[in-house]
Design a protein. Structure first.
Length: 506
């Protein structure tokens, strides 16, 4: 019996380790994988020797493993915790690992178990909600029992980054910065975005001459152009622009929540903070603000407005650091949108032709380009919102215990057929017919809505416009979408994607 229990444990462990997510994690960290293997062999060898010498220890090991296996089996059952009011769903590790590779996991599980269900993100239990009204009602009415999740770069900013603040600090900083994020500030970045987008598209077209190009490496400069101009008031012709862009690119290196911040990332952040502080001080004195986007700090922009309203902004390390990270994080998120904008233009040439049909009417062209960008966001870049449960909460008749995460699944909510007919079809026209204001919230809602939403949409809209009018895009080769080896990773076009770009006359 002891042998059978240990053999079963070995089989279960092997099945977990052979999942694609586990194999990728071990493959991406070879030193950690080797160390883990050595430690495991030493531990197993020691346990085997003790078991052979001490029968009581062998029985204790068998009993302990049996208890762990039984507990794991019970937790993996969808009905686990029902008597305590927990939602349905499995907390099993193997299902958690398989969910990383399954783009349909949340929608399929919601169809099977309902709009509120539980799962486990490795060691962390999560209550998933796929109904927008239910999720936003929870966030609004029980906000005092919820906390923001933490993130590695939060440690860069004194006092923390705005997105991960709670209570009065969040209200103060948001109240300080939000007035600067106006539609006018986003629209003023149009020419800067268009200039860089044209240059990057031209480079892509040149690189694609031998059979296609993957768009990835050409997109971040476009995102940076829009965000640096709209948020910081610095256009590509500004003497500070290239240094800012290089430091933001350096700051994009991944950070680990449980490891020290690398020196290069800290230096890049500190350099950016000093530059933004100096620009803010000059803007507050009105010494460096101009309508000419090639000089000084252009207006309208977030920094120009906020510095004008708050002369001491340059000395507010939390506000300056948050502005830096808004550009940094906004660049990453906006680049994700651009990946899918370019891919959808290549996959759906008929939609690109619809944009070209109204090229002579700038207003109509921008309207259709924005609808195109919104549909790309709905289909591929509507991720999720997370909260950490500080006190037990009730939602939809279920209890979510303290210490759990809540995941509001925006992507799945935006794919419900009762909200968006034929939701898997790429149809920009749906956003020309309606704005779906109540059912489409890719940037959040309420007091937590992303303040940079207009800027991100402006970058995606202008890129779609410039690409469709200037080029014929076609998909040369493709493969399955992928994401980093984490539950919170966003899906990206295949690494095998290759796109051709042929310049259009005129």
């Amino acid at each position: 019996m002891e042998g059978a229990i240990l053999a079963l444990a070995a089989v279960v462990s092997a099945r977990v380790l052979l999942t694609p997510a586990a194999r990728r994690e071990l493959g991406s960290r070879p030193m950690l994988a080797m160390l883990s293997a050595v430690l495991a062999l030493v531990a197993l060898g020691g346990a085997a020797w003790v078991a052979s010498q001490v029968p009581l220890a062998r029985r204790a090991m068998g009993g302990g493993v049996a208890v762990i296996l039984a507990a794991s089996f019970v937790r993996a059952r969808p009905g686990f915790g029902a008597r305590r009011g927990l939602p349905p769903g499995s907390l099993g590790l193997r299902e958690s690992l398989e969910a990383i590779d399954d783009a349909e996991y949340y929608s399929r599980t919601s169809d099977r178990l309902g709009p509120i269900f539980k799962m486990s993100q490795i060691h962390q239990p999560v209550a998933c909600i796929t109904d927008l009204e239910t999720g936003f009602t929870l966030f609004r009415e029980q906000e005092h029992r919820l906390r923001q999740s933490d993130w590695a770069f939060n440690r860069l900013v004194p006092g923390g980054y705005l997105e991960y603040m709670d209570g009065e600090p969040h209200a103060r900083l948001r109240g300080l910065l939000a007035p600067g994020f106006t539609p006018e500030a986003a629209e003023a970045a149009d020419s800067a975005i268009a200039e860089v987008a044209r240059a990057q598209l031209a480079e892509m077209a040149d690189a694609a001459s031998d059979g296609g190009v993957h768009p990835e490496e050409y997109l971040l400069p476009i995102a940076h152009a829009g965000l640096i101009r709209a948020v910081l008031g610095v256009s590509p012709g500004h003497p500070e622009y290239e240094a800012l862009r290089e430091r933001f690119t350096e700051l994009n290196r991944p950070l680990d929540l449980f490891l020290p911040i690398p020196r290069a990332s800290r230096e890049a952040f500190d350099g950016l903070a000093r530059t933004v502080s100096r620009l803010a001080a000059a803007a507050a004195r009105r010494e460096d603000r101009h309508d000419d986007e090639s000089e000084g700090i252009a207006s309208p922009s977030v920094l120009a407005r906020v510095a004008s309203d708050n002369p001491d902004l340059a000395d507010d390390a939390s506000a300056i650091g948050t502005l830096v990270l808004m550009v940094k994080e906004g660049g990453i998120m906006t680049r994700g949108m651009l990946r899918w904008v370019i891919k959808m233009l290549a996959d759906h040439p008929e939609q690109a032709e619809r944009l070209r049909q109204v090229a002579a009417d700038p207003s109509e062209l921008d309207g259709r380009a924005e609808a195109f960008a919104l549909e790309a966001i709905r289909r591929f870049e509507s991720p999720y919102l997370y909260r950490r449960v500080a006190e037990d909460v009730e939602v939809g008749g279920f209890r979510i215990p303290r210490g759990w995460l809540v995941r509001l699944c925006l992507a799945e909510a935006h794919a419900r057929p009762e909200v968006f007919s034929d939701p898997q079809r790429f149809d920009p026209g749906r956003f020309e017919r309606s704005d779906h204001a109540e059912s489409f919230c890719p940037f959040g809602a309420g007091s937590r809505v992303c303040p940079g939403r207009d800027v991100a949409l402006e970058v995606a809209k202008v890129t779609a416009r410039e690409a469709a009018v200037g080029y014929d895009l076609r998909t040369v080769s493709d493969g399955p979408a992928w994401r980093i080896n984490r539950h919170w990773g966003l899906w990206r076009p295949s690494l095998r994607l290759m796109v051709s770009l042929n310049r259009r006359p005129g």
